[in-house]
Write a protein that binds this ligand. Structure first.
Ligand code: NAP
Length: 291
């Protein structure tokens, strides 16, 4: 069994991005600029945005955060998006979810200029991805595809089972892995909470991707001998083993599944670091697309 080291691959790709940014700066081209919009006081959202900001700076990109209180009006938020859409100094921006209930995520998403939608969630970008047209890809699926590519894991003709059909992970990943590309050309089965005989389906997977958000859900009996297992899940649970009092759990029972599979991503240190890389790659792309 081989561990897929997402931290290491993320470091490698970040170094490549940093080189490209340095070349831009050497040629008097402005460094890519990412803006994050953060609404409210949700601790996890603050941490995610801070990590994205730090990641940008580590590769020489510019980053800014627009912070709003929980009771910001929908209009003010939409006006800010309008402003960023038209600000030539900004290459891409993201609106950190979750948003307060009085703000429509759909309206916010549709307001973003798809050319600056580095999260890859705008309907135009989702449509382009579906059609195989070059565009921003959602960061987590993008990162997973990069991991498979860097580890040279054969995907063509393989049975891939994805547990979870969310718009940010499962659904886009099913599209990317079934396309006529490399990585790709898998026969993809997508499972969800209404799937019957789940273990029977997962145990036929050459590539099993768990993205359901249920800690330790995938057990050894659900996995085919020699499969590649990608664990997307990240659930923070109280723990006496750590200083912080919390521990991050994946969707896969690592100890028993790792004995059976050929490749596996750990949690933490697997998919997580690659998600930020996906965002950095999209931001670099947005800057290269500048008019
Ligand atoms: P989500 O929106 O809650 O979607 C979960 C999906 O899993 C849904 O499609 C749901 O089915 C399905 N599901 C739930 N219970 C199931 C069960 N018992 N059997 C089969 N399918 C089941 O979650 P998400 O946003 O995609 O995130 C999934 C996990 O990945 C979470 O732990 C999240 O924290 C993690 N995540 C990690 C990263 C990273 O960078 N590492 C990035 C994104 C997400 P229904 O559609 O029928 O409800």
């Amino acid at each position: 069994m081989k561990i897929i080291d997402g931290k290491l691959v993320a470091q490698e790709i970040r170094a490549e991005i940093a080189k490209e940014v340095a070349v831009m700066i050497d040629n008097d081209i402005k460094a890519p600029h990412l803006v994050a919009i953060l609404v409210g006081d949700d601790g996890a959202s603050h941490t995610y945005v801070e990590n994205k900001r730090k990641a940008c700076e580590s590769v020489g990109m510019t980053s800014s955060v627009y912070k709003f209180s929980e009771n910001v009006s929908e209009k003010e938020l939409l006006d800010t998006i309008d402003f960023l859409n038209n600000d030539n100094d900004v290459d891409g921006f993201i609106v950190q979810e979750p948003l307060p209930k009085h703000i429509s995520s759909e309206k916010v998403l549709e307001k973003i200029d798809y050319r600056k939608d580095v999260d890859g969630f705008h309907p135009i970008n989702v449509g382009k991805m579906m059609l195989g047209i070059d565009t921003f890809l959602p960061a987590t699926p993008f990162g997973i595809v990069k991991l498979l590519e860097r580890y040279k894991i054969e995907t063509e003709g393989k049975n891939c089972v994805i547990i979870g059909r969310s718009h940010i992970v499962g659904s886009p990943l099913s599209m990317l892995l079934s396309r006529n590309t490399n990585p790709g050309n898998c026969t993809v089965t997508i499972c969800h909470s209404k799937t019957k005989n789940l273990a029977e389906i997962t145990s036929k997977a050459d590539i099993l991707i768990a993205a359901l958000g249920k800690p330790q859900f995938v057990t050894a009996d659900m996995v085919k001998e020699g499969a590649t297992v990608i664990d997307v899940g990240t659930t923070r649970l109280p723990s006496t083993e750590t200083k912080s009092g919390f521990k991050l759990f994946g969707d896969v029972k690592f100890d028993e599944v790792s004995k059976k599979c050929s490749y596996i991503t750990p949690v933490p240190g697997g998919v997580g670091p690659m998600t930020i890389v996906g965002l950095l790659l999209n931001t670099l792309k947005a800057a290269k697309n500048r008019k």
